[in-house]
Design a protein. Structure first.
Length: 175
């Protein structure tokens, strides 16, 4: 089954409008969040798989594709993909979530290698709460402010030597 790519023109148009308005694209933060319904793999369907992977992986791919075109042309920029502790951890009943998060992290690292020679950095931040008995969920205004601070730092010139990294912005949760 082929992935539904009806949203590619939307992403392309968003980047085009950004360039028309601001003249350049310096920072892009990609938040693709599709948490599938938990359950055993034997109960999953191809539609469940597509829903999770289309949002998490295809959404991140399409965003980076069009953002990179702009950033490569200007020889600078920073892309930050929002990842999940499921890129490192796992949980029963979360096979598609875990697999899609691994894919986003792998794609982030590979694209970082492609973009680095052109002055474009690509990283990911692991911020999503994991409900796997690891403690209290991280949510609310304080957590959002903390995530935003980490993203702002890693997209700033102070982190200009950091690319291809999956950054823990989870308040120590995965530790």
């Amino acid at each position: 089954m082929l992935a539904d790519v009806r949203h590619e023109p939307d992403v392309s148009e968003l980047v085009r409008r950004t360039l028309n308005r601001f003249g350049r694209l310096d920072v892009a933060v990609n938040v693709a969040v599709a948490d599938g319904v938990p359950g055993p793999l034997v109960e999953k369907t191809p539609a469940d798989y597509c829903a999770t992977f289309d949002s998490n992986v295809l959404g991140t791919f399409l965003s980076m594709k069009h953002e990179l075109r702009a950033m490569l042309a200007q020889s600078s920029g920073c892309i930050m993909n929002v990842a999940s502790p499921f890129g490192v951890l796992t949980a029963a009943g979360a096979a598609f979530d875990v697999a899609s998060r691994h894919a986003v992290e792998g794609m982030t690292r590979a694209v970082a290698l492609e973009a680095a020679p052109f002055g474009v950095r690509v990283n990911a931040i692991s911020v999503e709460p994991v409900e796997a008995g690891l403690g209290m969920p991280l949510d609310g205004p304080e957590a959002a402010a903390g995530f935003a601070d980490v993203i702002a730092f890693y997209c700033s010139a102070k982190a200009s030597f950091v690319t291809g990294r999956i950054i823990g912005g989870d308040g120590g949760r995965v530790a």
